[in-house]
Structure formats: C-alpha cells, structure tokens
Design a protein around this ligand. Structure first.
Ligand code: ZN
Length: 297
C-alpha cells in the first residue's frame, strides 16, 4: 500500500512531458498484428523508421529538433518512443508531428506523443479538422463504421497546411502533398536526406487503398458525389513525385520487411533506393479499378 502511494506520488511529481503518458490501447481485429514491435533502423541519412511491423512512423532528425511522421495506434506511441530512444535521440526534441491520414491506426498515438514533446501537429485542412475532433470527417469512406470503431484521441494545437506547402524545423523541410481518396484529408510527404555528398528524395506515401463501409461508393451514389477523379489524380501525383525511396503508411505496401531482409543479406545497390513510388501507384490504380468495376456490376 505504502509502496503504491509512493509510486503514485513519484509519477505525479515527475516533470510533465518527460515520460510518455499513453492513451488507453485500441481494440481492433488487426491491432495486435499491426502493433508487432520492429527494431528501429536508419532508412537513409537523417531518416529513420521508428514505427511497428504494420504501421509506419518515420523520424527525420536535426541538431535543431526532429520531425516525426505519424503516431500509429494509441498503443504504438510507447513503441515509437522506445524506438527513438534506442536510436540515441530524445523524443522531447520532436518539434513537429506530421500526419498522413485521419484514421485511428495512424494518428491514434499522436496526442500522447504531442504531450511528451510539445510538438506542433500539421495535417491537411480536412485532416486537421478531423484531428481536432478525434473522429474522421463526415464524408470519410469509412465513417459509417461508427464512432466507436473510428474514434481516436483528439489532438490539440493542429495547424492546417496547404497542398504543396513546405514545413520547416531548423534545416529540415518537408512538403505536403494532398492525396485524397482513402480519406478526404490524405496527405503524402516528401523531403530530401543526404549522406555525405549523396542526397535522395524520400516519399512518405499515404494510403491509396479504396477501403470503405458498405454504403459508400467511390463512383458516387447513395446521396454522395463520386471521388473517382480526385482519387485517380492522387495516384498520379504520387507516381510523379521525385522518389528514390518510398515508405508507405502500412509498410507492407512497399515491401519494407523484404527490403530490410535483402539489405541485411548485403544486397547492393541498397534495396530501399528503388524509385518505388511508380510501383506503389500502379498497385493502387489496379485496386481502384477493381473496386470501381465491382461497384458498376
Ligand atoms: Zn486508413
């Protein structure tokens, strides 16, 4: 009893923000598989993968503070925090957290990571609206799954950025690319990382997967406009980005574990430097075509 009191008192007296205070874990059919731990690793230069086996999170580092992309599920935040520390960086030095899309499996951990670091959070206009309310937008293809399935911890201090806007932390600069389709606020991010004289273009590609609740039609219907054209434009946009390295928000869509294994086996050139955005976009276009064909049957 005394020990419990003492531990509680120590937690209360701790400086705020120095230790991650996670939100309650989320429950979903895929959550445990998505949240499998993955050792963090350098992607290239100052870019590191700090996410889990099924949910990407990327750290871009500088002496003037870091940028973090995505926070996974609520229960991913502790793994991301530990991964960043394992690499020798301090999560308190994160100045900016950028989000890909307003679904619980990518932004669930952001509120806790923001409390830990005091970082500003940036997202697209539509994404920022959803982050502030802790729920996807009313025109989200998955909103009919309901509040319980869709909700995530609301995020304070979210700044909406424009399509094409460059966001900076010290010497770091990342560009927002609106890629709506999977959600109204879907955003892909790009930046350059260097190792010595060699610099590469890196794309953090948002989901381009046409997933929805049963009532939603990407071709329009049931009282809602179709989003086929904007979805196709998003796919074309990702295909056209300068892209030496691509990391998708679910790492499996760009074969992250296979690339890691090939790298560990000594593959040369580096399997991550494969200009993979075109392939990622082609896969997405095929899935959208299949989905639209089903809708028209
Ligand atoms: Zn999603």
């Amino acid at each position: 009893m005394l020990l419990t009191l003492l531990v509680t008192l120590m937690l209360v007296l701790q400086a705020p923000g120095s230790t991650l205070q996670p939100d309650p874990p989320m429950r979903c059919a895929a959550c445990d598989a998505w949240n499998e731990p993955l050792p963090p690793f350098k992607v290239f230069g100052n870019t590191y993968f700090v996410g889990t086996g099924g949910l990407s999170s990327v750290l871009i580092t500088s002496d003037s503070g870091h940028i973090l992309l995505d926070g996974g599920l609520t229960q991913s935040a502790a793994l991301i925090d530990a991964n960043i520390r394992q690499l020798g960086f301090d999560p308190a030095d994160i100045r900016l957290i950028a989000a890909s899309h307003e679904h619980y499996d990518h932004v669930g951990g952001i509120a806790a990571l923001q409390r830990l670091s005091g970082a500003e959070v940036v997202h697209s206009e539509a994404g920022a609206r959803a982050l502030r309310r802790g729920l996807p937008n009313d025109d989200d293809p998955q909103i009919a799954f309901g509040r319980e399935a869709n909700a995530f911890p609301a995020v304070s201090s979210v700044r909406a950025v424009a399509d094409g806007e460059v966001v900076r932390v010290g010497p770091l600069a990342i560009t927002a690319h609106y890629t709506p389709g999977h959600t109204p606020g879907s955003t892909s991010w790009s930046w350059r990382s260097c190792e010595g004289d060699r610099c590469v273009d890196i794309v953090y590609a948002d989901s381009l997967n046409p997933v929805s609740s049963d009532d939603f039609r990407f071709s329009g219907g049931n009282g809602r406009p179709g989003i086929e054209d904007s979805f196709r434009a998003s796919i074309a946009k990702v295909a056209s980005l300068p892209c030496d390295i691509v990391i998708s928000v679910h790492p499996g869509f760009t074969n992250l574990t296979q690339k890691l294994a090939a790298r560990a086996a000594g593959a040369s050139p580096d399997p991550f430097i494969d200009g993979g955005c075109g392939q990622y976009a082609a896969d997405a276009a095929r899935r959208l075509d299949e989905r639209l064909a089903r809708e028209r049957r």
